[in-house]
Design a protein around this ligand. Sequence first.
Ligand code: DUC
Ligand code: ZN
Ligand code: ZN
Length: 470
Amino acid sequence: MTILIKGGTVISAVGADLAEVLIEGETIVALLSPGSDLAVSAEGGAERVIDATDRYVIPGGVDVHTHMSLVVAGTVSADTFETGTRAAAWGGTTTIVDFATQERGQQVRDSFEARVDEAAGECAIDYGLHMVLGDVTDDALKQMDSLVDEGVSSFKLFMAYPGTVYSDDGQILRAMQQAAGNGGLIMMHAENGIAIDVLAEQAAARGDTDPVNHGYVRRAELESEATHRAIQLARVGAAPLYIVHLSATEALEQVTIARDRGANVFAETCPQYLYFNLEDHLDQDNFEGAKYVCSTPLRTKHEHHQADLWTGLRTNDLSVVSTDHCPFCMKEQKEMGVNDFRSIPNGIGGIEHRMDMIYQGVTQGEISLPRWVELCSTTPARMMGLYPKKGVLQPGSDADIVLYNPNHEWTISVENHHMNLDHSAYEGITVPGKVETVLSRGRVIIENDTYKGTKGHGQFQRRGLSSYLI
Ligand code: DUC
Ligand code: ZN
Ligand code: ZN
């Protein structure tokens, strides 16, 4: 099938141009000047023309931090690969990178293969996997090399959650040294979990059990300290480092200092940290705050965290916006922690809203239009070894394309979202633009407010090394 998208403004990471996009099968074959009918008819004409007048035409979103069917503390995150990737498509995301998780005592290979099987044939859009190393043994280190060869070129480590996926500094250093040798990218959950667990136990012993205590005990200093430590370990291990879900000013300062001295240190933040805060969202009565329990936690509005995160997004000290999509229903899931915040499963569902919430940053004057595309599509693709197949509209790239209406205000609600979730953390937020048409590898999967995709269309992406390695 040959498709021509015409009349729209193509937005890339470097600018905006009136252009037509010609697709053959799954691939973009040309970007043409407007009014290219002649060029097309010379080839026999497009079989389908999509009118993109007054629309932005952008590379499909790349969300490199999601958790479908994640098993945590006696429950499982509510979106499966099927439902979560469908919701992603509705929100203009055409590639995700999720995680395979090795917990303490498990073999990396077993955990990886189980996750590959779980995702196979389920996804509406393309997907890749990072590997969580929750037990850095000699075998795990060897497996890292094989996984890089198999297209799994990034490894997440946790400085939190002792007893399940926590790594101590020696394990972290070993994994970094291995990554330095095989070209892998180390992703870090940077919070001092040992200290957090002490504070959490003390809070519970005092009877401070409401959801807001989750935010109080996961102090910004403990994110900052862990971020600093991770950066220094990466320096010693000579490995590149990517800090996930950064939320605190003090942690961003550590990343900025490292980058200013030229270190290969990168960080992502997530929409929840840009729009929600501890007082208004986490500290709500009637257990409503449980909807906003995630780690790292929401930060207080009385400091400058949100303004500083936006600044970081402008200056590139924050390079990527991902969602950390990890949805848990209130009923039977968040409710597990009704008497003790420590038992509330950590996570917010937001895969469907990232493109809209960050576009709102454009209309609010926080970032430019090209920066929106760079943060949500181009850089995540480059960072995770998916570029130039993903993250850019150019000949040879996959035809993963979104037509975005920048003038269609609408209000997010549990009533209109597509995530498998009984509430929306974004309930009632009016966003300025809307995803209208989505193509995944040349196939129209969202159009006219209708989902036209199928489970199993999404293919596993064997990723290369990060483009940011030097
Ligand atoms: N870290 C994540 O990246 N996601 C969910 C919970 C967590 O701690
Ligand atoms: Zn994490
Ligand atoms: Zn996560």
